[in-house]
Design a binder for this molecule. Structure first.
Ligand code: AMP
Length: 287
């Protein structure tokens, strides 16, 4: 696996791959890789001939007072994991390579609507930062296909909308959430948690499952279900940020007749903000 820190050098190397008829996949990450990221790399490996992974802790997607400086970095183990999982090229730009020397005057990409609720409301500017950096990565790598985790389901929909609106010729693939055996969604931010807190954090997945099961059993009093779920998270010692039953396609609040649903949750545990979700169809299969 070759590592690149400059866009031009990476672009040149990729031009050779493209000229040889190879299909290119991109997996954007912020590093501190775990099984969730590696699932993306493995799917990219299957879908393309040449896999590029980027590791860039993007300052533009962190708000003031967020964990940009504390964000876990583990470059040496990341390199090894990527090489072992068949990644062909690692893109590791410095902040100046991506943004020059003035972040404040950078051109930004904004995806209205889908960006505005949930994480967008709690983290103003977050999705502008994500859409901007992903656009830049797409312009540098020009992948045929790019992989994103469904753990960040709102982010996945933001990227799909951006690609569709801006007519970017890139397939966006979503990869199912990778969880620990106890249900906790893998996340770099789990590194902030003690072992006891990790156990406590499993309440998020349990509450998501209980809410989904109640809906599948026929309940459609969504506001009551959301309130009960927030209460369950509080009782487990978490501070819910939001717990929302939405339409899977556009994250509008779900109506009783909607079939394809997503339940989104974000909650604080100590100084860690954790997110998770479940997507499912209410359509009952007859056997
Ligand atoms: P991050 O490094 O947190 O920006 O994540 C990079 C990519 O990995 C994003 O597309 C995430 O959605 C995805 N990802 C992170 N955690 C998981 C997980 N547990 N399962 C699946 N994908 C994940």
């Amino acid at each position: 696996m070759q590592a690149f820190s400059e866009s031009d050098t990476l672009r040149q190397a990729l031009q050779e791959q493209r000229a040889a008829g190879r299909r290119i996949a991109l997996v954007p990450t912020m590093g501190n890789l775990h099984g969730g990221h590696l699932a993306l790399v493995e799917q990219a490996r299957q879908a393309a001939d040449f896999v590029v992974t980027s590791i860039f802790v993007n300052p533009l997607q962190f708000g003031p007072g967020e964990d940009l400086d504390a964000y876990p970095r583990s470059l040496e183990s990341d390199r090894k994991l990527l090489a072992d999982h068949g990644c062909d090229a690692l893109f590791l730009p410095e902040v100046a390579e991506m943004y020059g020397d003035d972040l404040a005057t950078q051109t930004r990409v904004q995806v209205p609507g889908i960006s505005e609720n949930y994480c967008g409301r709690s983290r103003p500017g977050h999705f502008d930062g994500v859409a901007t950096v992903v656009s830049k990565l797409f312009n540098i790598v020009a992948p045929d296909v790019a992989f994103f985790g469904l753990k960040d389901y709102q982010q996945f929909l933001v990227i799909k909308k951006m690609v569709s609106d801006l007519k970017m010729p890139i397939h966006i693939k979503g990869v199912e959430i990778v969880r620990a055996d106890n249900g906790l969604a893998l996340s770099s931010r789990n590194n902030y948690l003690s072992e006891a807190e990790k156990l406590q954090a499993t309440a998020i997945y349990r509450t998501l499952c209980a809410t989904r099961d109640a809906i599948l059993a026929g309940r459609s009093d969504f506001s009551e279900l959301e309130a009960a779920a927030s209460q369950a998270l509080l009782e487990a010692g978490l501070r819910p940020d939001y717990f929302a039953i939405c339409r899977a396609a556009d994250l509008r609040p779900a109506e009783p007749a909607d079939q394809a649903l997503a339940i989104l949750a974000a909650a604080w545990l100590g100084r860690s903000r954790l997110i998770d979700n479940l997507r499912f169809s209410r359509h009952r299969q007859t056997q």
